[in-house]
Write a protein that binds this ligand. Structure first.
Ligand code: ADP
Length: 432
């Protein structure tokens, strides 16, 4: 990890950290049409308060805030990100907790695309913000919202450090052979085309958590992490270092997802442009929003998908078969990359909650030393747990992810490192 820090930020942080301990971190996820936030206790791990402003740019924005068991929802005009952030500050003032009293030590901003610039957290100064802005062509749906959110948040909370945590950072360790696409290298270089990988905060958090839960050294574990939410990705992690991942230049590549196709022959795009008269924007929309489980079955939520399968819906049954087939393909491939797999972990909405998907994914992998115990798999729990039988060489686990906590803890690690003057670049990845 190598936080990019200007000397001005460093001084500000040092004086700041000298004043306060680790009260709370405000985590902000500023998307294209929504801003989600969580005030996190980085030590205990709980969300002190949370909420979101949705439908930015429309006159019927939905604003939700939760604190101390109370939830408030309002419909108000939210013209832009600046208004959204101001509304959030107002929500804290009116409904609590008072941010001035919450001892906020940092604001952590989730940023989807960090390109090749960032292999760890970055304290945001004008230079860092400019780099995030320069990456907009690589993440046109995400980075503009991040930039807008960061600009306003820095204005509104000028006395705390703002730290960017990148979805791509964990995958900056991929070997060149894993991140390079086999296309003309001059074209690739001119347009920064390569595999970046996404969901990195989750893959890093979960692989670190596995090591702590098992009480085994991270640098001795070979892991496959299956992050199966609405978006879905797989990573291969050798000794805590990411060596492969399924998402690529954008989060479209890889697994079948809620609404995204994952892998397709790129010639599908030329074919549709030439023969179906579709524009590039229409094809983008098709592959990102109208494909995956939604495109195949009409449903993207796995609870509805299982109901349809139980009712005998053939299209949905095929969709589920395709989803599982793709997952098995990636597990096999990453097994080959790693050579030996100590742990396979399911995480995120589907991975944590869907015992059917877990059972179908692992079924038939016994020859690789991978199996699940049905009873353990069916058990409902919010705790990290092992669901494989005692006899297998590879452990199969379910570990809930917590990206907000991971972001908050990385922020605290940065604040600590800078305050203590440690050379952050020589540290292990943040203990999250
Ligand atoms: P994201 O963060 O990518 O939006 P999540 O990790 O929150 O997604 O996962 C959301 C998905 O998790 C839902 O679309 C649904 O398919 C799945 N999911 C949530 N709860 C359950 C459940 N109890 N059983 C099966 N699937 C579930």
């Amino acid at each position: 990890m190598n936080p990019a820090v200007s000397s001005a930020s460093s001084e500000r942080l040092a004086s700041f950290s000298a004043n306060g301990a680790h009260g709370s971190v405000l985590v902000i996820n500023s998307g294209s049409s929504s801003v989600k936030y969580q005030l996190v206790n980085p030590v205990g791990g709980e969300a002190i308060a949370s909420g979101q402003v949705e439908r930015i740019g429309q006159d019927d924005g939905i604003v939700t805030h939760k604190f101390a068991g109370n939830k408030t929802t309002q419909i108000i005009d939210v013209p832009d990100h600046s208004a959204a952030l101001r509304i959030i500050m107002e929500l804290f003032t009116v409904h609590g907790p008072d941010l001035a009293e919450a001892d906020v030590v940092a604001v952590g901003h989730r940023v989807v695309q960090g390109g090749s610039y960032f292999s760890g957290p970055a304290v945001i100064d004008d230079e860092v913000l400019e780099k995030i802005r320069s990456l907009i062509p690589l993440a046109p749906l995400h980075n503009p919202g991040h930039v807008a959110g960061i600009e306003v948040a820095r204005e509104l909370l000028p006395h705390v450090p703002h730290i960017a945590i990148f979805d791509t950072a964990f995958f900056q360790t991929l070997p060149e052979a894993a991140y390079t696409y086999a296309i003309d290298k001059d074209v690739a270089e001119a347009h920064a085309i390569r595999r970046y990988g996404f969901h990195g905060t989750s893959h890093q958090y979960v692989s670190g958590k596995v090591s702590r839960v098992l009480g085994r050294r991270l640098d001795e574990l070979n892991q496959i992490v299956l992050h199966l939410g609405n978006g879905a990705s797989v990573s291969a992690v050798r000794g805590g270092v990411a060596v492969e991942t399924s998402m690529g230049l954008t989060p479209l590549e890889g697994l079948v997802m809620g609404t995204r196709s994952g892998d397709v022959d790129p010639a599908v795009i030329f074919h549709l442009a030439r023969n179906a008269g579709m524009s590039i924007d229409e094809i983008d929309d098709l592959l990102n929003k109208r494909s995956g489980m939604k495109g195949l079955s009409g449903e993207s939520d796995f609870r509805a998908i299982h109901e349809l399968v139980a009712q005998g819906d053939e299209a949905t049954k095929l969709a589920l078969d395709i989803y599982i087939h793709r997952l098995k393909k990636y597990i096999g491939a990453y097994h080959a990359i790693l050579g030996r797999v100590d742990v396979i972990t399911f995480t995120a909405g589907v991975g944590e909650n869907d015992e059917i998907v877990r059972r179908l994914t692992v079924r038939g992998l016994e020859s690789l030393g991978i199996a699940i115990d049905e009873g353990r798999n069916d058990e409902r729990s919010r705790d990290p747990r092992i669901i494989s039988p005692d006899w297998t060489s590879t452990l199969v686990m379910v570990v809930p992810t917590n990206e907000e906590l991971a972001i908050a803890r990385q922020c605290v690690a940065v604040v600590d490192e800078l305050a203590s003057g440690a050379d952050a670049s020589e540290d292990e990845p943040a203990a999250v």
